[in-house]
Every structure is written in structure tokens, then in C-alpha cells.
Write a protein of this length. Sequence first.
Length: 96
Amino acid sequence: MLTGKQKRYLRSLAHHLDPIFQVGKGGTNDQLVRHINDAIEKRELMKISILNNCLEDKNEIAEELAEKANAELVQIIGSTIILYKESKDHKQIELP
């Protein structure tokens, strides 16, 4: 579980990142989760964009992706989700 100070730090790092994945009309699926798992292991911090044509609730999508990827939900801002997961092999971010 992340503290408020850690979440603020991660939000500041994520500010300059571009979304890597998009969730559209089809919602989430196993293939998307698998790709997110692979990418978050290498990057530790990522943004995911939710498109306007997505019919599901963005909060539910964020919780589902964080749970399935074993990641921490840092923030939902607008239609963008920020996820963090500490990498085992490619550790780059040192939390305060």
C-alpha cells in the first residue's frame, strides 16, 4: 500500500509520461492484462487511457486492471489511469 507522500511522488514522475495502452469499447480482457503485466515489469510506472467509447465505468476498470496486474492504483485523472508496480529485475524508481 502506497502512502500519500509516495503517491504524490509517483504522480510527479508520471506527469510527463504518455499513455501506453488504451481501453476502448471492448473493455478489458486477458490479452490486455498480459501486455500490461509485461510492460509494467519493465517500466514500473505507466499511464493507461480510457477512450470515450468505453461503456464501462473508469473506476471499475482501474480497480480491475490494478488487481489483475498486482499493481498499485496511483491515480485516476480524467480518463487516464496511473499504475505502479515495483519491478523485480528493472528497478528504477526509489520511493521516498
